[in-house]
Design a protein around this ligand. Structure first.
Ligand code: ZN
Length: 173
């Protein structure tokens, strides 16, 4: 089987507090592209269909999550006081807030995407593994996560956090 890549675009906003960059501490947005690469569990073999395992379902599920839950989300660290504001004054909007253990950086987002897509793949029992997640944050800045720089078992994200779950969640409210 050949490897597969999907790309999707979304808008997002975030701010970084722990990073201590005044420019990044004010809420601001990016239009980003995420490209995910799935590696097949086995090598390509000629057959009647000559096609990979049914990947349409996982592609549809991934893009549905991006379009309906990730697009236009506000990304905040779990200790950001803005969460308290939304809880108190605009609780209906909490579903559009993506939460992060630590600052909501693009690196953290790419790791969360990796875990979420892996959860979807495992939940569907598909013969693929996630082999790369790439986020183009700006036309001149791309973050790339691969098995060489990301190990889910060692990543330190608590087990109850939303990225591990094969559902549409983007937070743990
Ligand atoms: Zn930013």
């Amino acid at each position: 089987m050949a490897a597969l890549e999907f790309t999707r675009r979304y808008a997002m906003a975030h701010r970084l507090l722990a990073t201590k960059s005044p420019k990044c501490a004010i809420p601001h947005g990016h239009n980003e592209f995420v490209t995910v690469r799935l590696a097949p569990a086995s090598t390509f073999r000629f057959s009647d269909t000559n096609s990979a395992a049914p990947f349409e379902a996982i592609k549809r599920r991934w893009h549905q999550w991006i379009d309906e839950h990730v697009d236009h989300a506000l990304h905040l660290g779990e200790s950001d006081p803005l969460l308290g504001y939304f809880r108190e004054h605009e609780p209906a909007r909490l579903s559009q807030i993506m939460t992060f253990q630590g600052d909501p950086t693009t690196e953290a987002l790419a790791a969360c995407f990796w875990l979420k897509l892996s959860a979807f793949v495992a939940n569907d029992g598909l013969p693929f593994t996630v082999s790369e997640v790439r986020i183009e944050e700006t036309p001149t800045n791309t973050v790339i996560v691969t098995p060489e720089n990301f190990d889910p078992a060692q990543c330190g994200l608590r087990a109850s956090a939303w990225p591990w779950r094969a559902d549409m969640s983007i937070n743990d409210f």
